[in-house]
Design a protein around this ligand. Structure first.
Ligand SMILES: Cc1ncc(COP(=O)(O)O)c(C=O)c1O
Length: 490
C-alpha cells in the first residue's frame, strides 16, 4: 500500500515522535532522514510506504520462510481467532498447542518430545537455561548452573539470554547481568589464525567477575589451526571441554550453540565439530542446547539444523520460521531424559508466558507447516542451495569481498580492507562503510538485507525458502553494483 505525500508525512512525523524502534539509533531520523516504512509483502518482495519495491533477501529477519502475503496463513489466524482467540497454557491446554507440540516432536531428532511454548527466541533460550538449572537441582547436582556459549554469538535480549550472548557491546549497558556464563571460540575458520584461544567468562565486559581459572590464557593456538578445517573444528570443540574443566564440570549446566552461528556472519560447523561436542557434553554431564532460532524450519534445508549436521541435542530452542512470522511463537523442546524429573510427584517448572503457545499462533504454525510439507520447502532449499552458493560466490572476484560462507539459504559475505592479508576495517571505517553507505545504498537499489558489524563487517543473506535462481541473480547483481561502488569509496 502506497501513501499519499500528505499521509506519508503524517506517518513519518508520528513514527519519529512516538515509535521506539528496536536496536535503532533514533538520533539519525530528522527532517532530512526518513524511517523506512514497509507496508506490504508478496512472495519474495516487499514494498515501502512510497510504493517502492524491494527484494527481501533476509526473510524479514530470518523469519518469513514461506514468503509474504500467504492467504491461507491469514485465514488460519482469522479462523482460530473466531473459534478461541485466547487461552493460556498455564495448567490448561487447548487443541492447537497440543497438536502443534505433537507435530513438532515428530520432526525433532532423537527423543526431543516435550515442547514448551514461548512467544519468541530469547524467551526460548531463557527457558532452556532455567530448565537446565532445575533439571540438575532435581537430579542431585545443584551446583551445575553455568552456561557456556561462543564468542560473538547472539542468543537474545532477556537478562539470562543476554548473558549467554557473546557480544560485549550489546551487554555493557545492562551490567551486571546474570553471572555464570563462559564464552569459548566460535568456528570462524576464515579468522582461525587470529585465535588466542582464550575462553573468557564475561559477566562483566571489563573483566570484573572473571574467574581466574578461565582468565588465564592457557589455551594455546594450535600450530595448524588455519590450514585444516577438521583440525580447527576439533580444536574449537575442545575449547568447550577446556572451559568445562576450568570451571569445574560439577558447576556447568549447559552449552548453547547454533548449528550455524549467525552473528559474525554465518559460521558453519567444521566436519565432526558437533559429534565431538556431543561426546564432551556426555562425558561431563552437560546439556547440549541447539539454539535454532534461525536455523530451524528450513533455513538449512531440514526442519532442524541438528538433523543437517547429524547430532542429537538435549534441548532445541526455536522461533522465527515456525509460523513464517504470520504470528509470534517460539519453543523450547526438551528430550525425554530432561523432562523425566519434572514428571515426578509434585515437581513443577515455575515458569511461563501469558502469550506462550497462543492459539492463533499455534494454528498459524500448523498451517505454515502444511505449506512446508505440501510445497516441500526444505527440498527446495536442498535442491537450490548449491546454485545459491555459486551465484553469490561470483562476488569473490571483488577486492572488498574476503569470504563467503554459510549453508542452505543462510550466507554471510565478509568485507575486508585488504583481501590478501584479510585486514579488516577499523571501527570508524566500518561505521562509514556499513552504516554510512552500504545499508542505505543496498536498500535504495532495491535489496533488503543486513549489513552487520557485531563481529567483522558482513552482509547477511537469508531469503524466504521459496527463492529461486532469478532471485539469487537479482541479489548478486545489486550486491555487485553496490559493493563495486563501496570499494571505489575506500
Ligand atoms: C540464535 C538466536 N537466538 C535467540 C534469538 C532471539 O530471538 P527473539 O528475537 O525472537 O527473542 C535470536 C534472534 O535473532 C537468534 O538469532
Amino acid at each position: 500500500m502506497s501513501y499519499s505525500d500528505e499521509d506519508y508525512d503524517l506517518l513519518q512525523k508520528a513514527g519519529k515522535r512516538h515509535l521506539w524502534m528496536h536496536f535503532s539509533r533514533h538520533g539519525v531520523y530528522d527532517d532530512a532522514h526518513d524511517i523506512p516504512i514497509i507496508t506490504k509483502g508478496e512472495g519474495m518482495y516487499i514494498w515501502d510506504a512510497k510504493g517502492r519495491k524491494y527484494l527481501d533477501a533476509l526473510a524479514g529477519l530470518f523469519v518469513v520462510q514461506a514468503g509474504h502475503g500467504r492467504e491461507e496463513l491469514a485465514q488460519a489466524a482469522a479462523k482460530q481467532a473466531k473459534e478461541l482467540s485466547f487461552f493460556p497454557i498455564w495448567t490448561f491446554a487447548h487443541p492447537q498447542a497440543i497438536q502443534l507440540a505433537e507435530r513438532i516432536a515428530s520432526y525433532t531428532p532423537g527423543d526431543l518430545n516435550r515442547v514448551f511454548f514461548t512467544t519468541g527466541g530469547g524467551e526460548a533460550v531463557e527457558t532452556a537455561w532455567k530448565v537446565a538449572k532445575q533439571y540438575f537441582k532435581l537430579t542431585g547436582k545443584p551446583l551445575k548452573t553455568k552456561a557456556i556459549s561462543r564468542q560473538v554469538a547472539y542468543h537474545g535480549t532477556p537478562h539470562g539470554a543476554l548473558s549467554i550472548t557473546g557480544i560485549p557491546a550489546l551487554k555493557e549497558m545492562f551490567e551486571p547481568l546474570v553471572p555464570s556464563t563462559v564464552h569459548v571460540p566460535n568456528t570462524n575458520f576464515y579468522r582461525a589464525d587470529d585465535h588466542t584461544g582464550a575462553a573468557v567468562t564475561s559477566w562483566f565486559s571489563d573483566g570484573r567477575g572473571t574467574d581466574a581459572a578461565t582468565a588465564d590464557d592457557s589455551h594455546q593456538p594450535h600450530p595448524t589451526l588455519g590450514s585444516d578445517l577438521e583440525t580447527f573444528g576439533r580444536w574449537a570443540a575442545d575449547q568447550i571441554e577446556e572451559a568445562i574443566l576450568a570451571e569445574g564440570p560439577d558447576t556447568v549446566a549447559a552449552v548453547f550453540l547454533e548449528p550455524v552461528q549467525n552473528a559474525g556472519g554465518c559460521f558453519p560447523p567444521p566436519p565432526g565439530y558437533f559429534q565431538r561436542v556431543r561426546e564432551i557434553c556426555d562425558r561431563h554431564d552437560v546439556l547440549l542446547v541447539s539454539d535454532e532460532v534461525i536455523c530451524a524450519f528450513g533455513r538449512l534445508g531440514e526442519m532442524f539444523g541438528a538433523t543437517k549436521f547429524g547430532y542429537v541435542p538435549d534441548i532445541i530452542t526455536c522461533a522465527k520460521g515456525l509460523t513464517s512470522g504470520y504470528s509470534p511463537l517460539g519453543a523450547m523442546i526438551a528430550s525425554d531424559r530432561v523432562m523425566e524429573p519434572f514428571l515426578e510427584g509434585t515437581n513443577s517448572f515455575a515458569h511461563g508466558y501469558t502469550f506462550g503457545g497462543h492459539p492463533v499462533s499455534a494454528a498459524v504454525a500448523m498451517a505454515n507447516l502444511d505449506i512446508f510439507e505440501r510445497e516441500d520447502l526444505n527440498g527446495n532449499v536442498r535442491r537450490n542451495e548449491g546454485a545459491f552458493r555459486s551465484t553469490i560466490e561470483k562476488l569473490l572476484d571483488l577486492d572488498i569481498v574476503g569470504d563467503i560462507r554459510g549453508d542452505g539459504y543462510f550466507y554471510g559475505i565478509e568485507l575486508v580492507k585488504d583481501k590478501a592479508t584479510k585486514e579488516t576495517f577499523d571501527d570508524a571505517e566500518s561505521e562509514k562503510l556499513l552504516r554510512g553507505f552500504l545499508s542505505k545504498a543496498l536498500f535504495t537499489n532495491g535489496l533488503y538485507c543486513r549489513a552487520d558489524d557485531r563481529g567483522d563487517p558482513v552482509i547477511q543473506l537469508a531469503p524466504p525458502l521459496i527463492a529461486d535462481q532469478g532471485h539469487f541473480e537479482e541479489m548478486e547483481q545489486i550486491l555487485r553494483s553496490v559493493l563495486t561502488e563501496a570499494q571505489n569509496l575506500l
